[in-house]
Write a protein that binds this ligand. Structure first.
Ligand code: PLP
Length: 274
């Protein structure tokens, strides 16, 4: 169950040339949006972040925000299934390989993949998942959702081989975020997450969770959590568009319980997406 949008039309088959900057350099940006029952969750925020990422690498998006919104709604309508994962990618176009930007007349390549999404089983969610720490070897602009994901790929594979669900990036003894999700922990009854800097992606789910936590009167602190604090974590969880809110049962050799505060935030989140 899938559908593409490429070169101004919906199709089931699409190809990029091998001399393409996304292929040769990872020279582009992307977004992942989830649609629940024909409603793309926080689409406006995702598109704002897409335009933010693109402008920070001087990349022109060939459609306006409104045009992309209309394409997304049309794709969801055509596919007509409950949960759709929507992947949007823009690259600096197809041209003979050169590091500098290609000539101005080379157009960006824009495409969207709409695909059936299978939600994480509730039994996995309520059991919690395992994380394994991995050195944060990414670049200094993690606020840009760029196509360059090699460190994330290596980190996730490392965790998977150890039986984990996610990798937790550690930079100078502090937790930044996960390979494809944000990280939160309750310590001393306060909900803590890394502040918005160039070292993490400004997660859309992260922002929603902060709003929910405040509405539930949890004390929220945006500061880095250090590795030496792992033993003091009372409960922790990861967040992301496709993971939503996912309790963590262990980080390396530290074990945690799936806590009531995390589940409370998850329940409010569920109400908001549906
Ligand atoms: N951090 C990283 C590195 C990510 O790749 C993602 C999502 O893909 C997130 C955090 C979570 O962001 P969001 O909640 O907007 O999906």
């Amino acid at each position: 169950m899938y559908l593409y949008f490429f070169k101004d039309k919906f199709c089931k088959d699409a190809y990029l040339p091998i001399e393409e900057r996304a292929v040769n350099f990872g020279d582009g940006v992307y977004e992942v949006v989830l649609s629940y029952y024909n409603k793309p969750f926080k689409l406006d925020e995702h598109l704002n972040r897409l335009f933010y990422s693109a402008s920070n690498i001087f990349l022109k998006i060939p459609y306006s925000k409104e045009e992309i919104e209309n394409i997304v709604y049309e794709g969801i309508r055509i596919l007509n299934i409950d949960y759709v994962k929507i992947y949007v990618q823009v690259s600096r176009g197809s041209y003979e390989r050169m590091h500098e930007f290609p000539p101005n007349e080379v157009e960006s390549n824009f495409f969207i993949i709409f695909r059936l999404f299978k939600p994480i089983e509730e039994s996995i969610r309520f059991n919690g998942v395992k994380l394994f720490t991995y050195p944060d070897i990414r670049w200094e602009r993690c606020d840009i959702k760029s196509l360059n994901l090699l460190p994330n790929v290596l980190a996730k594979e490392y965790s998977k081989r150890k039986g984990g669900f996610e990798a937790l990036f550690i930079k100078n003894s502090k937790i930044t975020e996960c390979a494809s999700s944000s990280f939160f922990a309750f310590i001393d009854d306060k909900l803590i997450t890394h502040p918005l800097t160039n070292e993490i992606l400004a997660g859309i789910t992260r922002n929603e969770v902060l709003n929910i936590a405040k509405s539930l009167n949890f004390e929220v602190i945006e500061r880095p959590i250090y590795v030496y604090e792992l033993e003091r974590i009372e409960e922790c969880f990861i967040t992301g568009t496709t993971t939503e809110i996912l309790p963590v049962k262990s980080i390396d050799n530290f074990n945690y319980k799936v806590g009531e505060r995390t589940l409370k935030i998850y329940r409010v989140f569920k109400e908001r997406i549906l």
